[in-house]
Structures are given as structure tokens and as C-alpha cells.
Write a protein that binds this ligand. Structure first.
Ligand SMILES: *Cc1c(COP(=O)(O)O)cnc(C)c1O
Length: 361
């Protein structure tokens, strides 16, 4: 299971009325979580379809027609010692606000949305909709761990002419997720000649439209036998920018951890920022700068991608213009592994949360 739309029944829904945000918590039809799990497929499908259906949301609007929308993705983790905690949700609401400003929409109020997210996860948990903690995940350092994926997104008012959204909705839904990439799989990546983002464009915004090209590139990569497409800069086609929806890291042979510097073509990942912090704490030298494919081929020792969905996923090999550079035949490099174990440990409450990254619901 990667992403299935087993949407939980409590949904946060707010709408900008010109002055402020009108908030509601919608409770869609549901049985108990256990009963739903045991339901027959077709019956369950109807229930889940109904849950994803809002009769007051317009079919034709600036989001469905022109991709004028943005979103966030964050996770709530069941804790080793009980309870549920979200990973850095304050950062996600901050970025949501920036994205909305980038799309010239009235931005959300950070604290209001943050409280809405926390309450929505709690309402679901109080109705029995929560991911149960499983001690078996400890055996592989939470690589097989499940979590609740929380998805805030904007949705525009009705309209068919090309326009900005002045009265958007912001909705937050939640759905269970397992690991994004196959556990223990070999992750071969390939550079793509498609362009995800250009200077003075929207690459820095977590907007809907930025996902069109990465989806096409990733599908092509998969058809060619790879797991992930790696995007290069638009101008020289030489410097690594991102994966299809995740940030890129390379540990050089001299022990320096390098990730492409932020700019208007790179999405400022919260996982990226967290990994840089964890690496520095281990005494690893980190650099945010341009990183060429040639350099990675010549001096790269370990590579990985990072993101809320991807977590920290090793890249075992990178292929560029028919040349293949293998970092590790199987499994994860030592430094990547240590960072992965620490990040997951903090998220599941097995390692002390020394930065107060985790928020209780
Ligand atoms: C969301 C996203 C990421 C990862 O960001 P996180 O905050 O770590 O989840 C990286 N790249 C792109 C293009 C993204 O949309």
C-alpha cells in the first residue's frame, strides 16, 4: 500500500469570506474503523466515494480548470509510548501560507489552520480512526511503519475565465499510508530531460501545476525500469535539482553531505531542513550549493531523496545519458541509514525529540 484514498471521516473545511475564514469540521458517514476494514470491497468503495464527495464544491473552478491551487502534505505518527504526534506541522502551515501568497490568493492564518489540523486528527482518533502502533515496526527501524497522511489543499470558487482565486476553500483530509517506496527494494534513478521548474517560475511553490511534469517524467522512468526521475536545472541541464516530488542529497567521498541550494526552482522541503539539522548534529559537514551530475558521478558515495511521503529513500544508482553510477548494490549507505533511523525514531517517539518537532494532538 502506498497511497490509497481511505479517507478518514472527519474533514476540516474552511472558506475565505472576503474578510476571514469560516471554519467547519465535517463528519462524513462512517462505521467503526474495524467494521470498515472488514467491509466487502464494493460496499466499502461506495462509502469511501461518498466521503470524497462534497456537493457544495464547484465542479468548474480555477483549480479544476487551470491548476490554480496549492497543497501540503504532513504526517501524524502513532507514538511508541502512546498517543499521536504530527511532525513539524507549524512548518507546513507556514509553507501553505507562502504558497497561497505565491498564487496571489488570500493566505491562511497559520495558527488557525494549525489548530484546525490538530483538531481534525483528534476528532478522527476520538472516533476510532487512528493508525494503531505496531511494535513489529521497531524490527526494521520503522521502515515498514505506517502513519496518517494529512493533506491540506486549496480549492477555488466557481469560474471558467482564467482568474485568481479570491475566495478559496482550504480543506484538510487524512488518509492512512504505508511506506512510499518498496521496503528493501533497489532504487535506481535516472535523470530526465524534462524540465520541472525554471527561474522566475513557480518551482518554489507547492502548487498543483508543478506536479504535471514530474508525474510524466516519473511514469516514463518507471516504464524504463527505474524508480525515480531526477530533474536537472533548466538552463545548463547539468545541476541536480530534485526528484519527482522530493529533495536530493549526496554524501561525497570526503564525508560532506551536499544538497542543492534553495532558490526559485527548488521546493524548500521540511524533511530536507530536518535532515540537514540531524546531519550537522552528528558532526557531518553539510553544504547547500550547486551539485552537478558529473560531481555526483565522480565523488558521490551515497545518495538519497527526502520528503514527507518518501521519508529518506536511498538511491542505489543514478543513470545519466546512458551511463550508470552505482552507489550501493543493495540497501542503504551507512550515513543515510543512520540519518533515516534517527528521523524515523524521532517521528515514532522512540528517540528523544530534542527540537520539539513533534506536536501532540
Ligand atoms: C513536498 C515536496 C518536497 C518535500 O517536502 P517535505 O516538506 O519534505 O515533504 C520536495 N519536493 C517537492 C517538489 C515537493 O512538492
Amino acid at each position: 500500500m502506498a497511497f490509497t484514498l481511505e479517507m478518514f471521516p472527519h474533514i476540516y473545511k474552511s472558506k475565505f469570506n472576503g474578510q476571514t475564514w469560516d471554519e467547519t469540521f465535517v463528519e462524513k458517514e462512517h462505521k467503526s474503523y474495524e467494521e470498515e476494514k472488514a467491509m466487502e470491497e464494493s460496499e466499502k468503495e461506495a462509502l469511501l466515494l461518498g466521503r470524497n464527495n462534497f456537493s457544495d464544491l464547484p465542479l468548474v473552478n480555477y483549480t479544476t480548470q487551470y491548476g490554480m491551487g496549492c497543497f501540503e502534505g504532513l504526517k501524524a505518527f502513532p507514538q511508541k509510548n502512546g498517543g499521536i504526534k504530527l511532525f513539524r506541522p507549524d512548518e507546513n502551515v507556514k509553507r501553505m501560507k507562502k504558497s497561497m501568497e505565491g498564487l496571489m490568493m488570500p493566505p491562511v492564518e497559520e495558527d488557525r489552520l494549525l489548530q484546525g489540523i490538530l483538531k481534525m486528527v483528534k476528532l478522527n482518533a476520538d472516533s476510532g480512526f487512528a493508525i494503531p502502533y505496531d511494535a513489529a515496526w521497531e524490527k526494521d527501524d520503522y521502515l515498514s511503519g505506517h502513519a496518517l497522511y494529512v493533506r491540506p489543499f486549496s480549492y477555488a470558487e466557481p469560474g471558467i475565465g482564467v482568474n485568481l482565486s479570491y475566495f478559496p476553500w482550504v480543506i484538510v483530509v487524512a488518509t492512512p499510508v504505508g511506506s512510499y517506496f518498496e521496503v528493501g527494494g533497489t532504487n535506481d534513478a535516472v535523470t530526465t530531460d524534462m524540465v520541472r521548474a525554471t527561474k522566475n517560475g513557480t518551482g518554489w511553490i507547492k502548487c498543483d501545476s508543478n506536479y504535471v511534469i514530474p508525474t510524466l517524467a516519473k511514469k516514463k522512468a518507471i516504464a524504463d525500469g527505474f524508480m525515480e526521475a531526477i530533474f536537472l536545472d533548466a538552463e545548463e541541464h547539468r545541476y541536480i535539482e530534485e526528484g519527482s516530488s522530493c529533495n536530493f542529497f549526496c554524501l561525497m567521498k570526503d564525508g560532506t553531505l551536499v544538497t542543492p541550494e534553495l532558490g526559485d526552482t527548488i521546493l524548500p522541503g521540511i524533511t530536507r531542513k530536518s535532515i540537514l539539522q540531524l546531519a550537522q548534529d552528528r558532526g557531518i559537514k553539510t553544504e547547500e550549493r550547486k551539485l552537478s551530475v558529473e560531481e555526483v558521478f565522480a565523488d558521490g558515495a551515497e545518495c538519497f531523496v527526502s520528503g514527507t511521503a518518501a521519508g529518506l529513500t536511498p538511491i542505489n544508482s543514478l543513470t545519466h545519458l546512458g551511463q550508470k553510477k552505482v552507489f550501493s548494490e543493495s540497501g542503504t549507505g551507512k550515513v543515510s541509514e543512520a540519518l533515516l533511523v534517527e528521523l524515523k525514531g524521532i517521528q515514532y517517539g522512540a528517540i528523544e525529540d530534542r527540537y520539539d518537532w513533534m506536536w501532540s494532538v
